[in-house]
Design a protein around this ligand. Structure first.
Ligand SMILES: C[S@@+](CC[C@H](N)C(=O)[O-])C[C@H]1O[C@@H](n2cnc3c(N)ncnc32)[C@H](O)[C@@H]1O
Length: 279
């Protein structure tokens, strides 16, 4: 079989299984099976494929047809132009989170700060920040032991292990340290809305990374209260939030003596991040 035929057959199969991105996914899965970049296989459509590659491709197609995200199939996801290890115990890093990283890099460039990343998951936020803020150091905390293992692997991959301390425990139990910046992309989906998420998310991503309690704000509120105790005066809290949460989150921040510094909108014009200063 040739590359073109395989891509077509794979797309057809995924389309029948209602995978919306069936062509792209078929190309990506074949390129992974061939261990070559997608761009390269697309200019060699006549290339023959051997039996082993075809077997790998079919295995990937089957898993993808059951809605398993490509990032979990490959064990990696690009974020901030770096390939992060991911697995089923970690949320797949999202582009909205890059917007937050980008803003924080602009604010803190050339400064020397201590950062806490609450709910670090793959470590994508703290690793990306520290790869830019060369004079700074960080701490990353997660309630999931498995996530901390992945985050440590990523810190090691990007040679940042000596600048990040990892803690496996609930952030509520963190005492005795003060930070210049606390950043978090916490679980913020309303519990009752989880069942309405796409299968890719609700069947595969960790519940612990999604569930924000009855109103979606459980963790956000707790992070704001905790931050008051562990931020330095004039320290910053940077939160990723759900697209309809800005009003409520702003109120909680202001009621707790934070001054809103900036908000960040996503590509759909929804407010998705808020940065506030503790006064
Ligand atoms: C939405 S994920 C974010 C992962 C990563 N920071 C990112 O942006 O891709 C939230 C993370 O918070 C962690 N988490 C949930 N409750 C926690 C708690 N009480 N203390 C620490 N981490 C918690 C979850 O295990 C999960 O890894």
């Amino acid at each position: 079989m040739k590359v073109l035929e395989a891509i077509k057959a794979g797309s057809k199969f995924l389309k029948e299984k209602n995978i919306p991105t069936y062509i792209l996914d078929s190309e990506l899965l074949l390129s992974k099976s061939l261990k070559k970049p997608r761009e390269e296989i697309l200019i060699n459509l006549d290339q023959n494929i051997n039996k082993k590659v075809l077997e790998d491709f079919n295995k990937y197609l089957l898993r993808r047809s059951k809605k398993e995200p490509i990032a979990y199939l490959f064990g990696e996801k690009e974020f901030w132009s770096k390939n992060f290890f991911v697995n089923k115990d970690t949320l797949i890093p999202r582009p909205e989170t890059e917007l937050l990283v980008s803003k924080l890099v602009t604010i803190f460039k050339k400064k020397k700060i201590i950062i806490l990343d609450i709910g670090t998951g793959t470590g994508c936020i703290i690793v990306s920040l520290l790869s830019e803020l060369k004079n700074s150091n960080g701490m990353a905390i997660d309630i999931s032991r498995e996530a901390i293992l992945v985050a440590k692997k990523n810190a090691c991959k990007f040679k940042l292990s000596d600048r990040i301390k990892f803690l496996h425990k609930p952030f509520e139990e963190l005492y005795g340290k003060k930070f210049d910046l606390i950043v978090s992309n916490p679980p913020y989906i309303k519990r009752k809305d989880i069942k309405n998420l796409s299968d890719d998310i609700k069947k595969f991503e960790p519940k612990m990374a999604l569930d924000g309690g009855n109103d979606g704000l459980d963790l956000i509120k707790k992070i704001i209260y905790k931050s008051k105790k562990i931020l330095k005066i004039n320290g910053m809290l940077a939160l990723e939030i759900g697209s309809e949460q800005i009003k409520k989150v702003s109120k909680i921040l202001i009621d707790n003596k934070f001054k809103i510094n900036c908000i960040i909108k996503d590509y759909r014009n929804n407010v998705r991040c808020v940065i506030a200063e503790y006064k």
